[in-house]
Design a protein around this ligand. Structure first.
Ligand code: BG6
Length: 515
C-alpha cells in the first residue's frame, strides 16, 4: 500500500461535490445532511462545495430541499443555526435517476459540470452509496463507464460504502473484485461506524501517547481480554435483513474485530492511514484459524426467548417478532474465544460476546491483568485479592476505569475493591455529533485511517467463516436459549468457566448511573 495520506488537521476540507446515491432514504436526512451541517458549524466545510442527491423519486430540487428541511432541527442537536442550514440547502440539488440506467449517469455528469462551473468546485467528487449493498457493484461500474470515477493529478474521485461488505468470505472477495474493476483501492472508503466512534481513536491515543500503558500491554501482564457489545434493543424493523445475517455476521467480523484490532495491534510507525491500517490488518491475520472441531468449543450462539428487561418491560421472543420465522434458527447472540498468534499475545485469550435483548446497552473492552505474583497477606481476607481490570468503556458513556484493591480503614487487614473512573464527557463535554462528521471530513481530505481496506474486510470474514460453516451444517437444537433481559445463554458462561474464568459482571459506571 502506498502512503499518500495528508496529515490530520482541522482545516477546511478539500473543495468538492458530494453525490449521495439513495438519498431518499433515512440516512441522508438523519445522518448525512446533519453531519454536513455540523461540519459547516465547525467551519470545516469548504466554501466551494455542493451536494447532489440521486434517487428514483420523481421530485425536483426545490421539493427535495423542503423535505430535508422539514425536521432538520431534531436531527442536528444543539442550537440550530438557520443561516448555516440555508447556506447548505442552497447547495443541494436533486437528480431523479435509476441506478441501473446509463442515461442517469450522463445526466448526473452534466449536472456536476454545471455545479463545478457555478460553485467553482474543481471536479472532485465524493460518491456516497447510501443504497442497499446489491447496488454497490452496479453503481461503481456505471460511474466508471461514465468517466466519473477517473482521477487526475488535480482531481479526486472517491466512493464511500457502508457495511455489510458481503455475507461471507467468498461474497466479500467477489464484492472487492467488483469494486476494483472500476476503482483503485485508494478511491474506496469503506465505513465501519465503529471506526468512526471517537473511542477508537481514543484507544490509539491512550495506548500509544502514554508511556505507562505499552510496557504492560502484553502476555507478561495481561491474563485475558473481554470485548462485550451488548444491546438491549431487539431486531426492531430490520427482521428481513437480520434473519439472513444473525448476530455473528452482523457484528463480529466488523465491529468487534475493529475493537480487537485497536486493542491488539502493534504500535504503527505513524498516525498515517496506511501505517495504522497495516498494523490493524497484521493483527487480524494473526488470529489463530478455528478448525471445525474448535468451533464446537470456541463459539457459542443463542437466541432470545420472551423475558423482562431490567426496567420491567416485558418483551416478546425473537421468533414472535414481526417478519421473523416462528421456527427461526437465526442467532441473536454470539460469543467466541480467539487467540492471536504473535509474540505479544501468545497464550492470552480474547473473549468476544454480542447480542440483542441483553440486560443492558453497553459496550466495553475489559483488560484483565494477571494476579500479583506473590501474595504476602496470607491468612487474611486479602489473600483473595482480585486481579486488576482496566475497562475501556465505549458506550453509552465513554471512559476508562481501573479497578484495584485498597485496604479498608481500620486495625485489621481488610480489602475493598475500588475504581478510578475517568469519563470523557467530564473533561471534553458532549458536542452534538451524528458519528459521520469525521468520516465525511476525512474522506474529503483523502485520509483513509478510519476506513477499512479490502484486506481488513477479508481478514474479518476469514475468522468467522469456519463458524458460519459449522453453524450452518449443525442447526441449533436449543433455540431459544436465553431470556430477553439476561446476559445470554448458559454455554457462553461455560466458554470462560472451562478456562477458569468468568465474564465480567457489567455494572454501569458512575456516569451511566447518573444518566
Ligand atoms: C449495526 C448493526 O452495524 O450496528 C446493528 O447492523 C447494531 O444490528 C448496530 O444494532 C450497533 O451499533 P451501535 O453504534 O449502536 O453500537
Amino acid at each position: 500500500m502506498s502512503d499518500t495520506t495528508p496529515a490530520r488537521n482541522a482545516q477546511t476540507a478539500s473543495p468538492c461535490v458530494m453525490v449521495i446515491f439513495g438519498a431518499g432514504g433515512d440516512l441522508t436526512k438523519r445522518k448525512l445532511l446533519p453531519s454536513l451541517y455540523n461540519l459547516s458549524v465547525s467551519g470545516l466545510l469548504p466554501e466551494r462545495f455542493g451536494v447532489v442527491a440521486v434517487d428514483r423519486l420523481e421530485i425536483n430540487s426545490e421539493a427535495f430541499r423542503d423535505r430535508m428541511s422539514e425536521d432538520i432541527r431534531t436531527h442536528v442537536g444543539g442550537d440550530f443555526k438557520q443561516d448555516i442550514w440555508d447556506d447548505l440547502v442552497r447547495r443541494l440539488f436533486y437528480v431523479q435517476g435509476d441506478f441501473k440506467d446509463s442515461a442517469s449517469y450522463e445526466h448526473l455528469g452534466g449536472l456536476l459540470e454545471q455545479i463545478d462551473g457555478e460553485m467553482g468546485t474543481p471536479g472532485s467528487y465524493l460518491f456516497y452509496l447510501a443504497t442497499p449493498p446489491r447496488f454497490f457493484g452496479e453503481i461503481t461500474r456505471q460511474l466508471g463507464a461514465a468517466g466519473l470515477a477517473k482521477e487526475t493529478d488535480s482531481v479526486w474521485r472517491r466512493v464511500i460504502i457502508e457495511k455489510p461488505f458481503g455475507n461471507d468470505l467468498d461474497s466479500a472477495k467477489a464484492l472487492n473484485r467488483e469494486l476494483h474493476d472500476s476503482l483503485e483501492e485508494t478511491q474506496i472508503y469503506r465505513i465501519d461506524h465503529y471506526l468512526g466512534k471517537e473511542t477508537v481513536q481514543n484507544i490509539l491515543v491512550f495506548r500509544f501517547a502514554n508511556g505507562i500503558t505499552e510496557p504492560i500491554w502484553n502476555h507478561l501482564h495481561i491474563d485475558h481480554v473481554q470485548i462485550t457489545v451488548a444491546e438491549s434493543v431487539g431486531v426492531e424493523h430490520r427482521a428481513s435483513y437480520y434473519e439472513e445475517a444473525g448476530a455473528l455476521r452482523d457484528m463480529i467480523p466488523n465491529h468487534l474485530l475493529v475493537l480487537l484490532s485497536v486493542i491488539a495491534m502493534e504500535p504503527p510507525n505513524s498516525f498515517q492511514a496506511n501505517a495504522v491500517r497495516i498494523e490493524g490488518n497484521k493483527v487480524l491475520k494473526a488470529i489463530t484459524p478455528l478448525s471445525p472441531e474448535d468451533v464446537l468449543t470456541h463459539a457459542v450462539r443463542g437466541q432470545y426467548a420472551a423475558g423482562a428487561m431490567p426496567d420491567g418491560e416485558q418483551v416478546q421472543a425473537y421468533r414472535s417478532s414481526p417478519g421473523v420465522a416462528s421456527d427461526s434458527h437465526t442467532e441473536t447472540f454470539a460469543a467466541a474465544k480467539l487467540m492471536i498468534d504473535n509474540w505479544r499475545w501468545a497464550g492470552v485469550p480474547f473473549y468476544l460476546r454480542t447480542g440483542k435483548r441483553l440486560a443492558a446497552h453497553y459496550t466495553e473492552i475489559a483488560i484483565q491483568y494477571r494476579r500479583a505474583p506473590f501474595i504476602m497477606f496470607r491468612n487474611t481476607p486479602v489473600e483473595h485479592v482480585r486481579p486488576n481490570t482496566m475497562v475501556l468503556r465505549i458506550q453509552p458513556s465513554e471512559g476508562i476505569e481501573l479497578s484495584f484493591g485498597a485496604k479498608l480503614p481500620g486495625p485489621s487487614m481488610n480489602l475493598g475493591n475500588v475504581e478510578m473512573d475517568f469519563c470523557y464527557a467530564d473533561y471534553f463535554g458532549n458536542p452534538p455529533t451524528t458519528g459521520y462528521e469525521t468520516l465525511i471530513y476525512d474522506c474529503m481530505n483523502g485520509d483513509a485511517t478510519l476506513f477499512k481496506h479490502a484486506e481488513t474486510v477479508e481478514a474479518g470474514w476469514e475468522f468467522v467463516q469456519p463458524i458460519l460453516d459449522v453453524w450452518h451444517a449443525l442447526p441449533p437444537r436449543d433455540f431459544p436459549n436465553y431470556a430477553a433481559g439476561s446476559w445470554g445463554p448458559k454455554p457462553a458462561g461455560e466458554l470462560l468457566r472451562r478456562d477458569g474464568r468468568q465474564w465480567r459482571r457489567i455494572t454501569p459506571s458512575r456516569r451511566d448511573r447518573a444518566t
